[in-house]
Design a protein around this ligand. Structure first.
Ligand SMILES: Cc1cc2nc3c(=O)[nH]c(=O)nc-3n(C[C@H](O)[C@H](O)[C@H](O)COP(=O)(O)OP(=O)(O)OC[C@H]3O[C@@H](n4cnc5c(N)ncnc54)[C@H](O)[C@@H]3O)c2cc1C
Length: 390
């Protein structure tokens, strides 16, 4: 086993860091937690695209860079470490482009991949419905064939990216007579169509990133179907393995970890720096151990992807670990800051730029998103440990 990055990878990481530090120095943005999903900055996305950093792993024949998943992990790890405002291109780059490379027609590859690589596809993820979350196969949104088109009717909920989207990835029922997992298909289309409406959901932090999305008689051409009709559910299972790779959850609150270290260096309690308090030192050292263990999970997923395999129980393990880590980090930050830690960013006395408050509240939801921890543990129990469930 070789835990070393290649010289090129070390250089690439430094290049990404130099770019991001340069951006921060110019005052273009400030690192924040969850910026990958909350901070939409089209100009930032344009600059990332100009570097060729969207579609890094996609084949060169489609305009990608043909680089390894470990290279991509290095890039995304640094984006998350610096809390960069990457929400405009994140979903398209992370999972939609890959799905089109894998399942798309030549026409879709030629038409859609360049739009994604230019950073112009702001994607909403339309899977869950009011009565279909963990049990996604129960979804009711219909896609009915009508000549060369499908007509979409129904409702999605918790659609991340929906407030800013100009494209949506949608799963809908194409065969209502078939057993429920066998009548589902995947679609990708522009959202500036008659009959699409979006209603934002304000989350517990006061932020908006997920939404309800309604489809009322929305007509889309059949060319929007991704992959095989009625095989969508099986395609999704594969895509979810990529979505769950875990890096977002491990690293999305890294700006809080850095701010916490800075805070204990600068803050005195009872006349003594917090950094000298043995309990505080132990808590932060423990978090550092956990962070480094989580990075190994994350890079294992990258290695599996580079071997051409879909990470399955491995990405479930990485995501379940990452969400538990971020909850422990947020709790530790709140405890160390005492009552001040609970202040919202609106207060002038908020420590750590309000990130402890934000992460404490938001980290609860992420153990539900993209597969709840209970569902992920079922995957590990069933597929890794071969514990059958009747
Ligand atoms: C921050 C956030 C962002 C999200 N973004 C998106 C998005 O972009 N697009 C999208 O489509 N959806 C999104 N979701 C929705 C998310 O995918 C669902 O919340 C998730 O699948 C769980 O579904 P549910 O909320 O209906 O809960 P349910 O499925 O009803 O689950 C309720 C509880 O029961 C448990 N449970 C369910 N089934 C089992 C089982 N078989 N074994 C053991 N326990 C079980 C769950 O773990 C959970 O604790 C997002 C959710 C959050 C919180």
């Amino acid at each position: 086993m070789n835990f070393k990055f290649t010289d090129e990878q070390v250089k690439f990481r430094q290049e990404v860091r130099d770019f991001l530090e340069g951006e921060i120095k110019q005052g273009l943005w400030q690192p924040t937690c969850d910026a990958w999903i909350m901070a939409h900055d089209p100009e930032f996305t344009r600059r990332v695209s100009a570097k060729g950093w969207i579609g890094l792993t996609w084949p060169k024949e489609y305009g990608g860079q043909g680089r390894s998943f470990i290279d991509r992990l290095i890039l995304t790890e640094e984006m998350l470490r610096y809390g960069a405002p990457a929400a405009c291109h994140w979903f398209a780059d992370r999972q939609i482009g890959g799905a089109i490379v894998h399942y798309g027609t030549d026409e879709q590859k030629e038409e859609i991949l360049p739009i994604i690589m230019k950073g112009e596809a702001y994607v909403g993820l339309g899977m869950s419905e009011p009565d279909a979350g963990s049990d996604l196969a129960s979804l009711k949104t219909r896609a009915t064939e009508d000549g060369d088109d499908f007509i979409i009717d129904g409702q999605k909920t918790w659609t991340s990216g929906g407030s800013n989207m100009n494209w949506i990835y949608l799963v809908a029922r194409t065969d209502p007579e078939a057993p429920k997992a066998r009548g589902i298909s995947e679609f990708f289309f522009r959202t500036d169509l008659p009959g699409v409406s979006v209603s934002p959901i304000v989350d517990i932090t006061g932020g908006v990133h997920f939404n309800e999305v309604f489809f009322d008689n929305v007509r889309i051409p059949k060319t929007c179907l991704i992959g095989e009709k009625n095989r969508g559910f099986y395609q999704i299972l594969n895509q979810l393995d990529f979505e769950r790779s875990g890096m977002e959850r491990l690293m999305a609150n890294y700006p809080l970890f850095e701010a916490l270290i800075q805070y204990v260096k600068e803050t005195k309690r009872n006349g003594k720096p917090l950094a000298e308090d043995p309990v505080v030192r132990s808590k932060i050292a423990q978090l550092k151990i956990e962070l480094e263990v989580g990075r190994l999970y994350m890079y294992r997923v990258g290695v599996i992807m580079d071997e051409g395999r879909a990470p399955n129980w491995e990405s479930s393990m990485s995501k379940a670990y990452g969400t538990a880590f971020e909850q422990r980090l947020a709790t530790a930050a709140i405890e160390i800051a005492g009552l001040y830690g609970q202040l919202s960013p609106a207060s002038r006395l908020t420590p750590m730029r309000g990130m402890a408050y934000h992460s404490y509240l938001s980290s609860k939801g992420y153990s539900l998103q993209a597969g709840s921890s209970e569902v992920l543990k079922n995957i590990i129990a069933g597929r890794k440990l071969e514990l059958s469930a009747k």
